[in-house]
Each structure stands twice: as structure tokens, then as C-alpha cells.
Ligand binder design. Structure first.
Ligand SMILES: [Zn+2]
Ligand SMILES: [Zn+2]
Length: 126
């Protein structure tokens, strides 16, 4: 238990020490400097735990809740924080936002993804 806490702390330290939004593999390599015998699986597990407890932000889904969408056109999503279901949101995709970000950053924007969070109708009623 103590060891697990130490591992978690080390992972958190690594993440707080960078602004590069690193991958799990990058974190693994950094943490190994601190704890040489840590396994990649342990890093993945702790990242997921940190993600689930809200201590780190998920840029992608936490892993346990990976979802696939057959719809190919760009569209927005709403994720219910209670039941975890993901719904399509039928408002037009704001192409203007891509232009604004491109102008500000000089980046070439291909598309943006947007996910709303909250409580769905069903969960509000129950
Ligand atoms: Zn819901
Ligand atoms: Zn969708």
C-alpha cells in the first residue's frame, strides 16, 4: 500500500513538472529514474486512477470508458457525468473557431473536438 502511494506520488510529480501533456510511455521513462523497478502496467494503472479521481485532466478518455463513434462527420458530444453515456449534440460545428485559433497561434487547424459535460435528461428525472 505504501509502495503504491509512493509510485502514485512519483507519477504525479513527473506530470506536475511538465507542460508537454506527455504520453504514458514518456511518464514511465521519467518515473523510472526515480523508481527503476516500476512497470509500465503500474504507470498505466496509476494514471487511470489519477484520472478517475480528478487529480489529472483527461485529454482523451480515461481508458476504461473508451467509446467508438460510427458517425464520421465532425460533430459535438455531450457526456453525462452520472450515467457516463455520450450523446451527439446537434448544433452546427463552429468553423469560425478554427480560423480564430489558426490566426492566434499560426497553427494549421484540421478540426476541433468539443465535448459538453453535465447531467442528461434521464438522470435529471431519476
Ligand atoms: Zn445520464
Ligand atoms: Zn457522435
Amino acid at each position: 500500500m505504501l509502495r503504491r502511494t509512493k509510485q502514485k506520488e512519483a507519477i504525479l510529480e513527473v506530470l506536475r513538472g511538465t507542460t508537454s501533456h506527455p504520453t504514458a510511455d514518456w511518464v514511465y521513462n521519467e518515473v523510472r529514474k526515480e523508481i527503476p523497478n516500476i512497470s509500465l502496467g503500474t504507470v498505466y494503472r496509476n494514471l487511470r486512477l489519477l484520472c478517475e479521481s480528478g487529480e489529472i485532466l483527461e485529454l482523451d478518455l480515461c481508458g476504461t470508458l473508451s467509446r467508438f463513434d460510427a458517425r464520421r462527420d465532425n460533430h459535438y458530444h455531450f457526456r453525462c457525468g452520472k450515467c457516463g453515456l455520450v450523446f451527439d449534440v446537434d448544433v452546427p460545428v463552429d468553423m469560425e473557431m478554427d480560423k480564430i485559433v489558426a490566426q492566434r497561434t499560426g497553427f494549421m487547424i484540421s478540426y476541433h473536438r468539443l465535448e459538453f459535460r453535465g447531467v442528461c435528461k434521464n438522470c435529471q428525472e431519476s
